[in-house]
Design a binder for this molecule. Structure first.
Ligand code: NAD
Length: 478
């Protein structure tokens, strides 16, 4: 547990025996301590209750995925589920409500791909109406739907798009640290579903909720070509070398630790002024340290050289970033320029240089750190929001080009994360930032790091050009 997670004293108070009684008596919010991943933990500890609309098309793939993840399932009125489970050898039990809330489960998964009309949407209502109170704290809810863009029929496209509004509202209702997501599937995404479930059902996604993630064909062939090591779910990044910028502290430091835990060799980069801290982080994970300013005009070429010397990199995490907040009328030009250059210009220059020099290995994955400020905007952050929205533009533009080479690029958009950056925010604004989300608390650096580690891994092979918010389902720009 990182110390940064302990700076939220109200969260600790509300979870103490006395504090929880006081908070309840005064009607104060009671955010729960989120469950985080620890080594050797299974994907999910507890049963998943499976439901489906009539005509659901992904149940066979789901049954295989649950078997492979060793998750026990239960089902309620989905006759074809038992037959499928028998076929693939997945153990499944029967879930009953008997007039009250049924047996408690850790997760709900509903296959809504059969929904084509409004009348059929009643099955969605009925399933969640009956089951939602049965989900344990820090449980997971996943809805599967089609990517509306691939639905020929307008009503079907509209019903599938409607799942977004449903999912986001449910994510605001469930509370108790429960996360809710919608996975939008394309016809060819079968190889991508299990990897997405491995992340979204597990405690690795503790602070990710209310997200719509589009899954397409998995890039498994290209990935396998570039990697000799066999797939190991406990060490998914084994054999990979990956660059992390802004690695000496905060979110960057957590990314380094998480990638190393998952088996990667990490190249840690930060400004020369942070040399000592950087070297300590790199030494801790037996990685290497590069003391470079990403905005220096020689840095892209230096990184190409370093990558080629390593035989190419398998991943790049553009995490380094700065804030220089002022309302626009009061903002001196140099604050505008420095934020744009660090947060956006350097990410673009370095990525393009590595691509042009073919310094990324087959199957390589790039993750850019954006921010919810780039999605929602924020007072005093025209420069920061410009740069962080620009990062999303970069990801969207480069995604098809990288996919053509068997690679992928995605962004994470953190919300309020407990770091030195947010510790510097005045108390009243800091408290608002912490509480204005469905989890009622700030996230920890490790929450961003887990999401990035997943995006860098084979488990996210069907994810490209996406923005995943790590914001506890923040109310800003949701
Ligand atoms: N903390 C949050 O709540 C939050 C929210 C949204 C997005 N983010 C983003 O997450 C990333 C990490 O944030 P953090 O909170 O850990 O910040 P931080 O200030 O603790 O760490 C940022 C790191 O980047 C390094 N850096 C800055 N300029 C650099 C340069 N020119 N060259 C090389 N390294 C440089 C810094 O030295 C520092 O080590 C940033 O991109 C930030 O914008 C953070």
């Amino acid at each position: 547990m990182k110390a940064s997670g302990m700076k939220d004293s109200y969260l600790n108070f509300a979870n103490s025996p006395m504090g929880s009684r006081i908070a309840a008596a005064l009607g104060l919010p009671r955010p729960v301590l989120l469950e985080r991943f620890h080594a050797h933990q299974p994907v999910m500890e507890g049963d998943v209750l499976v439901g489906a609309s009539a005509g659901a098309q992904w149940l066979p793939t789901l049954a295989q995925a649950f078997k492979s993840m060793q998750i026990h399932t239960v089902a309620h009125e989905v006759p074809q589920w038992t037959a499928l489970c028998n076929q693939v050898g997945l153990m499944s039990g029967r879930w009953t409500i008997e007039g009250q809330a049924g047996a408690r489960v850790k997760g709900l998964v509903f296959d809504a791909t059969g929904l084509q009309t409004l009348a059929q949407a009643d099955s969605l209502y009925q399933f969640f109406h009956d089951t939602v109170r049965s989900v344990l704290p820090c449980g997971r809810v996943v809805v599967l739907g089609w990517d509306p863009a691939q639905c020929d029929d307008a009503l079907q496209a509209s019903v599938q798009r409607a799942l977004e509004g449903f999912m986001r509202s449910l994510a605001k209702e469930v509370k108790r640290g429960i996360a809710v997501q919608l996975l939008q599937l394309t016809d060819d995404a079968h190889g991508a579903l299990e990897g997405a479930l491995r992340f979204f059902l597990s405690p690795r996604s503790a602070y990710v909720s209310g997200q719509v993630v589009r899954l397409t064909a998995a890039l498994t062939t290209e990935w396998t070509q570039g990697h000799d090591a066999p797939w190991d779910a406990a060490q998914p990044l084994q054999g990979n070398t990956m660059l992390v910028t802004g690695a000496s502290r905060g979110i960057g430091e957590a990314i380094v630790d998480t990638l190393a835990r998952d088996g990667a060799r990490v190249v840690c980069l930060d400004v020369p002024a942070a040399r000592d801290a950087l070297q300590a982080v790199a030494a801790r994970v037996q990685g290497s340290a590069l003391s470079l300013d990403i905005t220096d005009r020689n840095t892209p070429a230096a990184l190409v050289q370093a990558a080629l010397a390593d035989g190419g990199w398998d991943g790049v995490v553009h995490n380094a970033g700065i804030t220089r907040d002022k309302t626009l009328a009061k903002m001196p030009e140099h604050l505008w320029q420095s934020v744009l250059q660090v947060n956006l210009g350097a990410q673009a220059d370095i990525t393009q240089a590595l691509m042009q020099a073919q310094a990324l290995r087959a199957g390589a994955r790039v993750v850019c750190v954006s921010s919810i400020a780039g999605l929602a905007g924020n007072v005093g952050q025209t420069n920061y929001a410009f740069s962080k929205a620009g990062v999303i533009g970069l990801v969207h533009s480069l995604a098809p080009r990288l996919a053509a080479q068997g690679m992928a690029i995605n962004a994470v958009a953190p919300g309020f994360i407990e770091t030195q950056m947010t510790a510097a925010i005045p108390l009243a604004i800091r408290e608002a930032g912490r509480r204005m989300n469905s989890m009622g608390q700030g996230g920890w650096p490790v929450d961003v790091a887990e999401t990035i580690a997943w995006l860098l891994s084979r488990s996210a092979a069907g994810v490209n050009g996406q923005v995943i918010r790590v914001c506890g389902h923040s109310w800003l720009g949701a």
